[in-house]
Design a protein around this ligand. Structure first.
Ligand SMILES: [Zn+2]
Length: 476
């Protein structure tokens, strides 16, 4: 099954290309995961909301997506962080790994099928470095570390479109992160030095640890094979990280490493890139503590095209919340339609909306147009409801379409399931008793019942229209 209309902007060619998977119906997708040296800020999380949208869209189109996202749990930054707190690397990184997965779950981001940790794949990295040495791309420097000779790889710079003449043969860089102007031989394996403390592995390559770039080459190829369909990351990964991944993987296998490179842009704050080093960031935790709704955060991060920069402000987050509320109100309104007879317009409207949504999403995930389609549908159907031109079956049709859209958008949570679920008799009875207690101003009993319900996973919300309930989100 080749969907001829599905296109992605490929950073390698700087063009929108028709997507053709290596294997029919399957997608091998690799995403650079977080370097776990701190909590993710929402600029980092934008990358994962983008990957989630990409994956959900591929799945909506019927692909079986094998998604791998690594965790970088050993590199310069994690070692520095561990030293500052005088704890083990594992203790230090585990805190941020747990927090990261919590953040992903709160943002309704589907977990990758495989989440390899760098520290658990040292053998694969060592083998890859050995291959590169055998083939003449890796060499040992005087400091005992092993470097990649970029002058040996004739297409070095093809992803970032670097001018080759700027490359200084033989110049070396030992840190994991560096700029284009510093392009030089980079470390595959770092020989142990006192700065690394107790972080080292005794391997055939000597006592030391892997460089950051070899980690992703080794883990992606282990789980997805020598050629991947799609590799994602932030634009800041293009150089040096992804350039170096290509150099390592293609030199080792002699095959093309990745068919489609997809990169998301930065989230800005006050005109600058949101980043740890600039200290101008919000974590998801910060926003939740301020009382913001996680689905509003997701909607905010999702609603601008992934290749566009955009700015974070608290006002825009508030606006995202109000936009979501319009969708929730619409879903509730659809539930209330009870007419037995209605016009034929709804069928036409929903069919057109579905087609429009699919067409624009197929065109490099054009989310702005996709959302415009959704809101246009909401507007048109609201008019039908106002004018009594929609029946129960029609409302059901609109509702089902919205639920299909939400398989891609992931912004409703379990909101739309609420009315379908019947409460067990005893729960209903408890809610009724609590209402009685409240009417009698017996707050103690009312609170005891509320606590009891909470233990059963039912949360009560007192609203001006009376008490409403919802089920606690399960942690699956
Ligand atoms: Zn990576």
């Amino acid at each position: 099954m080749v969907i001829l209309m599905l296109r992605f902007y490929n950073t390698m060619t700087r063009k929108k290309e028709v997507f053709e998977p290596i294997e029919e119906g399957k997608v091998r997708l690799y995403s650079c995961g977080l370097t776990v040296y701190d909590y993710a800020h929402i600029g980092n999380l934008r990358a994962y909301v983008f990957v989630d949208l990409l994956r959900r869209w591929l799945e909506y189109q019927g692909f079986n997506v094998k998604h791998v996202m690594n965790i970088t749990d050993v590199d310069d930054k994690t070692i520095r962080g561990m030293q500052k707190e005088s704890i083990s690397l594992k203790q230090y990184t585990q805190r941020y790994i747990d927090a990261f997965f919590e953040d992903l779950q709160v943002l309704n981001i589907k977990k990758a099928k495989i989440v390899p940790k760098a520290t658990e794949h040292i053998d694969e990295m060592v083998r890859l470095v050995e291959t590169l040495m055998e083939k003449g791309y890796g060499y040992r420097g005087e400091d005992g570390s092993i470097y990649y000779a970029i002058s040996r790889f004739k297409n070095y710079g093809k992803l970032s479109k670097m001018k080759l003449k700027k490359l200084k043969a033989g110049a070396r860089v030992k840190v994991d992160e560096y700029g284009k102007e510093q392009a030089s031989d980079f470390t595959l394996w770092k020989a142990w030095d006192p700065d690394d403390d107790n972080v080292f592995w005794e391997t055939k390559l000597g006592k030391g640890r892997p460089g950051w770039h070899i980690e992703c080459s080794a883990m992606s190829m282990k789980y997805l094979g020598e050629t991947l369909d799609i590799h994602t990351g932030g634009v800041d990964n293009i150089f040096p990280h992804h350039e170096n991944e290509i150099a390592q993987s293609e030199a080792a296998t002699g095959k093309k490493f990745v068919n489609y490179w997809l990169h998301n842009e930065h989230l800005l704050i006050k005109g600058e890139r949101m980043g740890k080093s600039l200290r101008n960031f919000y974590t998801l935790r910060d926003l939740l503590r301020m009382g913001h709704n996680p689905f509003a955060v997701r909607y905010f991060l999702l609603s601008t095209h992934y290749r566009k920069q955009f700015s974070f402000t608290l006002e825009s987050l508030e606006a995202a919340k109000n936009t979501l509320q319009r969708l929730y109100d619409f879903m509730e309104r659809l539930e209330e339609v009870e007419r037995r007879e209605g016009g034929k317009e709804i069928k036409e409207l929903t069919e057109k909306a579905r087609k429009d949504f699919e067409n624009v999403m197929d065109y490099d995930l054009d989310i702005s147009k996709a959302l415009a389609t959704v809101f246009n549908l909401v507007k048109e159907v609201n008019i039908l409801i106002d004018q009594g031109r929609i029946d129960r079956a029609g409302a059901e049709q609109a509702r089902n379409l919205m639920i299909d859209f939400d398989k891609v958008l992931g912004i409703f949570g379990d909101f739309w399931k609420r009315k379908e679920e019947k409460l067990p008799k005893e729960v209903e009875e408890l809610i009724r008793k609590r209402e009685e207690a409240r009417k009698a101003k017996d707050w103690k009993t009312a609170d005891t019942i509320r606590d009891k319900l909470r233990m059963m996973g039912i949360i009560l919300v007192d609203t001006p229209e009376g008490v409403k309930w919802k089920k606690e989100r399960s942690n699956d």
